[in-house]
Design a protein around this ligand. Structure first.
Ligand code: AMP
Length: 429
Protein backbone atom coordinates (compact mmCIF):
# COMPACT_ATOMS: atom_id res chain seq x y z
CA UNK A 1 0.00 0.00 0.00
CA UNK A 2 1.26 3.49 -0.85
CA UNK A 3 2.32 5.60 2.15
CA UNK A 4 -0.31 8.22 2.91
CA UNK A 5 1.41 11.59 2.59
CA UNK A 6 1.11 14.65 4.82
CA UNK A 7 -0.88 17.72 3.74
CA UNK A 8 0.70 20.05 1.16
CA UNK A 9 2.28 23.10 2.77
CA UNK A 10 2.34 21.48 6.23
CA UNK A 11 5.60 20.07 7.56
CA UNK A 12 6.91 17.62 10.11
CA UNK A 13 9.69 18.83 12.36
CA UNK A 14 12.02 15.94 13.17
CA UNK A 15 14.09 15.86 16.38
CA UNK A 16 17.12 17.86 15.13
CA UNK A 17 14.90 20.68 13.92
CA UNK A 18 12.36 20.48 16.72
CA UNK A 19 15.16 20.61 19.31
CA UNK A 20 16.59 23.77 17.73
CA UNK A 21 13.10 25.32 17.56
CA UNK A 22 12.59 24.61 21.24
CA UNK A 23 15.79 26.50 22.03
CA UNK A 24 14.64 29.47 19.98
CA UNK A 25 11.22 29.39 21.63
CA UNK A 26 12.83 29.20 25.05
CA UNK A 27 15.09 32.17 24.25
CA UNK A 28 12.06 34.16 23.07
CA UNK A 29 9.93 33.23 26.09
CA UNK A 30 12.77 34.19 28.37
CA UNK A 31 13.30 37.48 26.55
CA UNK A 32 9.59 38.38 26.61
CA UNK A 33 9.48 37.46 30.30
CA UNK A 34 12.17 40.04 31.01
CA UNK A 35 9.72 42.67 29.75
CA UNK A 36 6.95 41.30 32.00
CA UNK A 37 4.99 39.61 29.23
CA UNK A 38 3.22 36.49 30.51
CA UNK A 39 2.32 33.51 28.34
CA UNK A 40 -1.20 33.05 26.96
CA UNK A 41 -2.58 30.00 25.13
CA UNK A 42 -5.73 30.39 23.08
CA UNK A 43 -7.50 27.66 21.04
CA UNK A 44 -6.39 26.77 17.53
CA UNK A 45 -10.03 26.80 16.39
CA UNK A 46 -12.11 30.00 16.55
CA UNK A 47 -15.39 31.29 15.18
CA UNK A 48 -14.90 32.40 11.56
CA UNK A 49 -16.67 35.68 12.36
CA UNK A 50 -13.91 36.65 14.75
CA UNK A 51 -11.55 37.18 11.83
CA UNK A 52 -13.65 38.19 8.81
CA UNK A 53 -14.20 41.86 9.43
CA UNK A 54 -11.25 42.39 11.73
CA UNK A 55 -8.58 41.23 9.30
CA UNK A 56 -10.46 42.92 6.45
CA UNK A 57 -12.98 41.52 3.97
CA UNK A 58 -10.68 42.57 1.13
CA UNK A 59 -7.55 40.86 2.45
CA UNK A 60 -6.19 37.71 0.84
CA UNK A 61 -6.32 35.92 4.18
CA UNK A 62 -10.09 36.38 4.50
CA UNK A 63 -10.94 36.13 0.81
CA UNK A 64 -9.15 32.91 -0.02
CA UNK A 65 -6.82 31.56 2.65
CA UNK A 66 -8.96 30.70 5.66
CA UNK A 67 -9.43 27.06 6.60
CA UNK A 68 -13.09 27.55 7.48
CA UNK A 69 -15.62 24.77 7.99
CA UNK A 70 -18.98 24.05 9.52
CA UNK A 71 -18.84 21.76 12.53
CA UNK A 72 -21.37 19.08 13.44
CA UNK A 73 -23.40 21.64 15.40
CA UNK A 74 -23.69 23.97 12.40
CA UNK A 75 -21.21 26.56 13.78
CA UNK A 76 -18.91 28.24 11.27
CA UNK A 77 -15.40 27.71 12.65
CA UNK A 78 -11.90 28.12 11.30
CA UNK A 79 -8.29 27.27 12.02
CA UNK A 80 -6.81 30.54 13.27
CA UNK A 81 -4.90 32.42 10.56
CA UNK A 82 -3.25 34.63 13.21
CA UNK A 83 -3.44 35.12 16.95
CA UNK A 84 -3.76 38.86 17.60
CA UNK A 85 -7.55 38.93 17.34
CA UNK A 86 -8.05 35.82 19.53
CA UNK A 87 -5.56 37.17 22.06
CA UNK A 88 -7.40 40.48 22.31
CA UNK A 89 -10.67 38.57 22.69
CA UNK A 90 -9.13 36.51 25.47
CA UNK A 91 -7.69 39.40 27.51
CA UNK A 92 -10.55 41.91 27.27
CA UNK A 93 -12.07 40.92 30.61
CA UNK A 94 -8.66 40.90 32.29
CA UNK A 95 -7.80 44.39 31.04
CA UNK A 96 -11.23 45.61 32.12
CA UNK A 97 -10.81 44.21 35.61
CA UNK A 98 -7.22 45.30 36.14
CA UNK A 99 -7.01 48.59 34.26
CA UNK A 100 -3.59 49.66 32.97
CA UNK A 101 -1.77 47.51 30.45
CA UNK A 102 -1.91 43.73 30.16
CA UNK A 103 1.10 42.19 28.42
CA UNK A 104 0.97 38.67 27.00
CA UNK A 105 2.96 36.56 24.56
CA UNK A 106 1.94 33.45 22.63
CA UNK A 107 3.42 30.83 20.35
CA UNK A 108 1.79 28.24 18.12
CA UNK A 109 0.71 27.13 14.68
CA UNK A 110 -1.31 29.40 12.34
CA UNK A 111 -3.07 28.33 9.16
CA UNK A 112 -3.40 30.10 5.82
CA UNK A 113 -4.03 28.38 2.53
CA UNK A 114 -1.31 30.26 0.63
CA UNK A 115 0.69 28.94 -2.30
CA UNK A 116 3.49 26.99 -0.60
CA UNK A 117 7.11 27.83 -1.35
CA UNK A 118 10.37 28.02 0.60
CA UNK A 119 9.62 30.00 3.76
CA UNK A 120 5.88 30.03 3.09
CA UNK A 121 3.71 27.28 4.48
CA UNK A 122 0.04 26.57 5.03
CA UNK A 123 0.67 25.65 8.63
CA UNK A 124 3.35 27.95 9.97
CA UNK A 125 4.40 28.95 13.45
CA UNK A 126 4.32 32.34 15.02
CA UNK A 127 5.40 33.75 18.31
CA UNK A 128 3.98 37.10 19.17
CA UNK A 129 3.25 39.53 21.95
CA UNK A 130 0.34 41.86 22.60
CA UNK A 131 0.01 44.76 25.03
CA UNK A 132 -3.61 45.79 25.57
CA UNK A 133 -4.35 48.92 27.58
CA UNK A 134 -7.39 50.51 29.20
CA UNK A 135 -5.69 53.91 28.85
CA UNK A 136 -4.79 55.89 25.72
CA UNK A 137 -2.15 54.60 23.26
CA UNK A 138 1.27 55.13 24.83
CA UNK A 139 4.32 55.32 22.55
CA UNK A 140 6.36 53.63 25.30
CA UNK A 141 4.54 50.38 24.56
CA UNK A 142 5.33 50.35 20.84
CA UNK A 143 8.93 51.36 21.53
CA UNK A 144 9.38 48.74 24.24
CA UNK A 145 8.21 45.98 21.90
CA UNK A 146 10.70 47.08 19.26
CA UNK A 147 13.48 47.21 21.85
CA UNK A 148 12.44 43.76 23.11
CA UNK A 149 12.66 42.32 19.59
CA UNK A 150 16.05 43.92 19.00
CA UNK A 151 17.22 42.18 22.17
CA UNK A 152 15.86 38.85 20.97
CA UNK A 153 17.68 39.18 17.64
CA UNK A 154 20.90 39.88 19.58
CA UNK A 155 20.29 36.93 21.92
CA UNK A 156 19.85 34.67 18.89
CA UNK A 157 22.86 36.08 17.02
CA UNK A 158 20.85 37.27 13.99
CA UNK A 159 20.68 41.04 14.64
CA UNK A 160 23.09 41.83 11.80
CA UNK A 161 20.81 40.19 9.25
CA UNK A 162 17.67 42.17 10.04
CA UNK A 163 16.43 45.61 9.17
CA UNK A 164 13.58 47.52 10.81
CA UNK A 165 11.04 49.48 8.75
CA UNK A 166 8.60 51.88 10.36
CA UNK A 167 5.49 53.71 9.22
CA UNK A 168 2.65 55.67 10.77
CA UNK A 169 -0.85 54.73 9.57
CA UNK A 170 -2.55 57.51 11.55
CA UNK A 171 -6.10 57.29 12.88
CA UNK A 172 -9.07 55.68 11.15
CA UNK A 173 -10.38 59.12 10.06
CA UNK A 174 -7.03 60.25 8.72
CA UNK A 175 -6.69 57.00 6.88
CA UNK A 176 -10.20 57.29 5.40
CA UNK A 177 -9.35 60.73 3.96
CA UNK A 178 -6.08 59.35 2.64
CA UNK A 179 -7.81 56.28 1.20
CA UNK A 180 -10.14 58.55 -0.80
CA UNK A 181 -7.23 60.56 -2.18
CA UNK A 182 -5.29 57.39 -2.96
CA UNK A 183 -8.30 55.78 -4.67
CA UNK A 184 -8.71 58.85 -6.88
CA UNK A 185 -5.01 58.86 -7.74
CA UNK A 186 -4.90 55.17 -8.67
CA UNK A 187 -8.14 55.49 -10.64
CA UNK A 188 -6.48 58.17 -12.76
CA UNK A 189 -3.51 55.81 -13.38
CA UNK A 190 -5.55 52.64 -13.73
CA UNK A 191 -4.15 51.63 -17.11
CA UNK A 192 -0.64 51.25 -15.64
CA UNK A 193 -1.67 48.96 -12.78
CA UNK A 194 -1.53 45.14 -12.63
CA UNK A 195 -4.85 43.31 -12.57
CA UNK A 196 -4.82 42.51 -8.82
CA UNK A 197 -4.16 46.16 -8.00
CA UNK A 198 -6.94 47.38 -10.31
CA UNK A 199 -9.36 45.24 -8.33
CA UNK A 200 -8.19 46.90 -5.10
CA UNK A 201 -8.77 50.53 -6.11
CA UNK A 202 -12.22 50.77 -4.53
CA UNK A 203 -11.96 48.31 -1.66
CA UNK A 204 -8.40 48.62 -0.37
CA UNK A 205 -6.16 51.01 -2.32
CA UNK A 206 -3.56 50.98 0.49
CA UNK A 207 -2.69 47.41 -0.44
CA UNK A 208 -1.66 48.63 -3.91
CA UNK A 209 1.30 50.30 -2.18
CA UNK A 210 2.55 46.80 -1.29
CA UNK A 211 2.47 45.58 -4.91
CA UNK A 212 5.62 43.87 -6.20
CA UNK A 213 4.61 44.54 -9.83
CA UNK A 214 7.27 46.97 -11.20
CA UNK A 215 4.89 49.16 -13.23
CA UNK A 216 2.44 49.39 -10.33
CA UNK A 217 5.28 50.13 -7.92
CA UNK A 218 6.42 52.99 -10.19
CA UNK A 219 2.91 54.49 -10.12
CA UNK A 220 2.77 54.01 -6.33
CA UNK A 221 6.05 55.91 -5.92
CA UNK A 222 4.34 59.17 -6.91
CA UNK A 223 1.08 58.58 -5.06
CA UNK A 224 -0.17 60.89 -2.28
CA UNK A 225 1.62 60.32 1.04
CA UNK A 226 -0.21 59.35 4.21
CA UNK A 227 2.17 61.56 6.20
CA UNK A 228 0.47 64.60 4.63
CA UNK A 229 -2.89 63.51 6.07
CA UNK A 230 -1.77 63.01 9.67
CA UNK A 231 -2.94 65.26 12.51
CA UNK A 232 -1.02 66.47 15.56
CA UNK A 233 -1.82 63.49 17.83
CA UNK A 234 -0.62 60.95 15.27
CA UNK A 235 2.55 62.90 14.63
CA UNK A 236 3.24 63.19 18.34
CA UNK A 237 2.81 59.44 18.81
CA UNK A 238 5.24 58.72 16.00
CA UNK A 239 7.92 61.08 17.27
CA UNK A 240 7.48 59.62 20.78
CA UNK A 241 8.19 56.11 19.50
CA UNK A 242 11.12 57.22 17.36
CA UNK A 243 12.72 59.21 20.15
CA UNK A 244 12.74 56.22 22.52
CA UNK A 245 14.03 53.67 20.03
CA UNK A 246 16.67 56.06 18.67
CA UNK A 247 17.91 56.72 22.22
CA UNK A 248 18.10 52.93 22.64
CA UNK A 249 20.41 52.78 19.63
CA UNK A 250 18.02 51.05 17.24
CA UNK A 251 18.32 51.88 13.55
CA UNK A 252 15.20 52.04 11.41
CA UNK A 253 14.13 53.02 7.93
CA UNK A 254 11.06 55.22 7.34
CA UNK A 255 8.88 53.25 4.96
CA UNK A 256 5.82 55.15 3.73
CA UNK A 257 4.84 52.13 1.60
CA UNK A 258 4.63 49.81 4.59
CA UNK A 259 0.91 49.22 5.22
CA UNK A 260 0.91 45.59 6.49
CA UNK A 261 -1.54 43.07 5.09
CA UNK A 262 -4.22 43.10 7.78
CA UNK A 263 -6.82 45.81 8.23
CA UNK A 264 -6.85 46.43 11.96
CA UNK A 265 -3.69 48.52 12.28
CA UNK A 266 -3.44 52.23 13.12
CA UNK A 267 -0.58 54.59 14.06
CA UNK A 268 2.68 52.61 14.35
CA UNK A 269 3.32 49.72 11.98
CA UNK A 270 6.69 48.03 11.78
CA UNK A 271 8.36 45.13 10.06
CA UNK A 272 11.71 43.37 10.41
CA UNK A 273 12.98 42.04 7.11
CA UNK A 274 15.95 39.99 6.14
CA UNK A 275 18.64 42.00 4.40
CA UNK A 276 20.64 40.78 1.45
CA UNK A 277 18.28 38.32 -0.23
CA UNK A 278 15.54 39.74 -2.39
CA UNK A 279 14.38 36.41 -3.77
CA UNK A 280 13.22 34.65 -0.66
CA UNK A 281 10.33 35.34 1.69
CA UNK A 282 12.05 38.03 3.67
CA UNK A 283 9.47 39.34 6.15
CA UNK A 284 10.43 37.95 9.51
CA UNK A 285 8.30 39.84 11.96
CA UNK A 286 5.54 42.40 11.67
CA UNK A 287 3.41 44.35 14.05
CA UNK A 288 1.86 47.58 15.10
CA UNK A 289 -1.00 49.29 16.89
CA UNK A 290 -4.62 48.23 16.72
CA UNK A 291 -6.49 50.66 18.95
CA UNK A 292 -9.94 50.00 17.43
CA UNK A 293 -9.80 46.21 17.47
CA UNK A 294 -11.41 45.53 20.83
CA UNK A 295 -14.49 47.55 19.87
CA UNK A 296 -14.67 45.84 16.48
CA UNK A 297 -15.16 42.50 18.21
CA UNK A 298 -17.74 43.88 20.63
CA UNK A 299 -15.45 44.85 23.52
CA UNK A 300 -14.86 48.20 25.24
CA UNK A 301 -12.51 50.79 23.70
CA UNK A 302 -8.99 49.56 24.42
CA UNK A 303 -5.62 50.50 22.99
CA UNK A 304 -3.39 47.70 21.74
CA UNK A 305 -0.04 47.05 20.17
CA UNK A 306 1.61 43.79 19.18
CA UNK A 307 3.65 41.80 16.72
CA UNK A 308 4.08 38.30 15.32
CA UNK A 309 7.34 36.75 14.24
CA UNK A 310 7.52 33.84 11.82
CA UNK A 311 9.24 30.97 13.58
CA UNK A 312 9.83 28.96 10.39
CA UNK A 313 11.78 31.88 8.93
CA UNK A 314 13.54 32.77 12.18
CA UNK A 315 14.68 29.15 12.63
CA UNK A 316 16.02 29.08 9.06
CA UNK A 317 17.97 32.25 9.79
CA UNK A 318 19.35 30.85 13.06
CA UNK A 319 20.44 27.73 11.18
CA UNK A 320 22.35 29.90 8.70
CA UNK A 321 24.01 31.69 11.60
CA UNK A 322 24.82 28.60 13.71
CA UNK A 323 25.35 25.85 11.16
CA UNK A 324 23.09 22.91 10.39
CA UNK A 325 20.87 21.81 13.29
CA UNK A 326 21.89 18.49 14.79
CA UNK A 327 20.09 16.08 17.05
CA UNK A 328 21.19 16.20 20.69
CA UNK A 329 23.89 13.59 21.31
CA UNK A 330 23.35 11.34 24.36
CA UNK A 331 25.81 11.50 27.26
CA UNK A 332 25.91 7.70 27.60
CA UNK A 333 25.29 4.70 25.39
CA UNK A 334 24.59 1.40 27.16
CA UNK A 335 26.26 -1.47 25.33
CA UNK A 336 24.73 -4.81 26.27
CA UNK A 337 27.76 -7.12 26.24
CA UNK A 338 26.39 -10.22 27.94
CA UNK A 339 24.65 -8.76 30.99
CA UNK A 340 20.92 -9.37 31.31
CA UNK A 341 18.44 -6.84 29.92
CA UNK A 342 17.20 -5.87 33.37
CA UNK A 343 20.78 -5.23 34.55
CA UNK A 344 21.40 -2.98 31.53
CA UNK A 345 18.19 -1.14 32.26
CA UNK A 346 19.23 -0.72 35.90
CA UNK A 347 22.53 0.80 34.77
CA UNK A 348 20.66 3.17 32.44
CA UNK A 349 18.24 4.25 35.17
CA UNK A 350 21.11 4.86 37.62
CA UNK A 351 22.75 7.18 35.10
CA UNK A 352 19.46 8.96 34.35
CA UNK A 353 18.97 9.40 38.08
CA UNK A 354 22.15 11.52 37.97
CA UNK A 355 20.65 13.70 35.27
CA UNK A 356 22.48 12.15 32.32
CA UNK A 357 20.86 11.34 28.99
CA UNK A 358 21.16 7.68 28.09
CA UNK A 359 20.69 5.75 24.86
CA UNK A 360 19.75 2.20 25.76
CA UNK A 361 20.91 0.00 22.89
CA UNK A 362 18.19 -2.54 22.07
CA UNK A 363 19.15 -3.92 18.69
CA UNK A 364 21.63 -6.66 19.70
CA UNK A 365 24.90 -7.27 17.84
CA UNK A 366 28.55 -7.70 18.85
CA UNK A 367 30.30 -5.16 21.08
CA UNK A 368 32.31 -3.75 18.14
CA UNK A 369 29.13 -3.04 16.22
CA UNK A 370 27.55 -1.41 19.25
CA UNK A 371 30.60 0.83 19.69
CA UNK A 372 30.27 1.91 16.05
CA UNK A 373 26.65 2.77 16.71
CA UNK A 374 27.64 4.79 19.81
CA UNK A 375 30.18 6.62 17.69
CA UNK A 376 27.67 7.37 14.95
CA UNK A 377 25.28 9.06 17.40
CA UNK A 378 28.15 10.95 19.08
CA UNK A 379 27.65 9.44 22.54
CA UNK A 380 30.35 10.78 24.86
CA UNK A 381 30.55 7.66 27.03
CA UNK A 382 29.83 4.00 26.42
CA UNK A 383 28.74 2.05 29.45
CA UNK A 384 29.56 -1.59 28.87
CA UNK A 385 27.48 -4.10 30.78
CA UNK A 386 29.07 -7.55 30.32
CA UNK A 387 28.24 -10.75 32.19
CA UNK A 388 31.39 -10.51 34.32
CA UNK A 389 30.69 -6.91 35.24
CA UNK A 390 27.16 -7.97 36.16
CA UNK A 391 28.53 -10.65 38.50
CA UNK A 392 30.69 -8.03 40.20
CA UNK A 393 27.78 -5.56 40.39
CA UNK A 394 29.70 -3.14 38.16
CA UNK A 395 29.86 -1.59 34.69
CA UNK A 396 32.80 -0.48 32.56
CA UNK A 397 32.68 3.12 31.40
CA UNK A 398 34.61 4.05 28.29
CA UNK A 399 35.21 7.62 27.22
CA UNK A 400 34.91 7.70 23.46
CA UNK A 401 37.17 10.67 22.88
CA UNK A 402 40.35 9.08 24.27
CA UNK A 403 39.42 5.45 24.90
CA UNK A 404 40.01 5.76 28.67
CA UNK A 405 38.04 2.95 30.33
CA UNK A 406 37.36 2.11 33.97
CA UNK A 407 35.21 -0.31 35.89
CA UNK A 408 32.98 1.10 38.59
CA UNK A 409 30.33 -0.25 40.96
CA UNK A 410 26.91 0.26 39.39
CA UNK A 411 25.65 2.42 42.26
CA UNK A 412 28.52 4.87 41.70
CA UNK A 413 28.24 4.88 37.91
CA UNK A 414 26.26 8.13 37.72
CA UNK A 415 28.69 10.23 39.75
CA UNK A 416 31.67 8.66 37.98
CA UNK A 417 30.22 9.23 34.51
CA UNK A 418 29.56 12.85 35.38
CA UNK A 419 33.15 13.25 36.53
CA UNK A 420 34.46 11.77 33.27
CA UNK A 421 32.25 14.13 31.25
CA UNK A 422 33.35 17.12 33.29
CA UNK A 423 37.02 16.29 32.80
CA UNK A 424 36.28 16.05 29.11
CA UNK A 425 34.87 19.57 28.90
CA UNK A 426 37.74 20.89 31.04
CA UNK A 427 40.30 19.29 28.77
CA UNK A 428 38.62 20.59 25.64
CA UNK A 429 40.56 23.52 24.09
P1 AMP B 1 1.48 38.47 9.54
O1 AMP B 1 0.64 37.78 10.56
O2 AMP B 1 1.01 38.24 8.13
O3 AMP B 1 1.79 39.88 9.88
O4 AMP B 1 2.89 37.70 9.56
C1 AMP B 1 3.84 37.85 10.59
C2 AMP B 1 5.02 36.95 10.27
O5 AMP B 1 4.61 35.59 10.19
C3 AMP B 1 5.65 37.23 8.91
O6 AMP B 1 6.60 38.26 9.00
C4 AMP B 1 6.27 35.90 8.56
O7 AMP B 1 7.54 35.78 9.16
C5 AMP B 1 5.34 34.90 9.20
N1 AMP B 1 4.43 34.31 8.20
C6 AMP B 1 3.26 34.81 7.73
N2 AMP B 1 2.70 33.98 6.84
C7 AMP B 1 3.52 32.92 6.73
C8 AMP B 1 3.50 31.69 5.98
N3 AMP B 1 2.49 31.38 5.16
N4 AMP B 1 4.53 30.83 6.13
C9 AMP B 1 5.57 31.10 6.97
N5 AMP B 1 5.63 32.23 7.71
C10 AMP B 1 4.63 33.12 7.60
Amino acid sequence: MKLIEGVRGMRDLLPAEAGAWRQIETAAAECFGRYSYGEIRTPVVERTDLFRRQLGLQTDVVQKEMYAFEDQGGDSLCLRPEATVPTVRAVISLVRARGGTTRVWYGGPMFRRERPQKGRYRQFWQMGAEAVSAGPPAPEIDAEQIIMLARLWRDLGVAGRLELSLNNLGSADERAAYRDALGKYFRSHEKDLDEASKARIDGNPLRILDSKDPKTAAVAQNSPRLADFLGKDSQRHESGVKEIISAAGIDFVDSPMLVRGLDYYNLTVFEWTLTGDERRQNALCGGGRYDGLSEQIGGPPLAGCGFALGLDRLAALCEEAQGEFAEDAPDCFIAAAGAGASYCMRAAETLRESGLSVWQHADGGKLGKQLNKADSINAALVVIAGSEEEQRGAVAIRRMKDGRQEEIAIENAGAFARKMLKEETKEAP
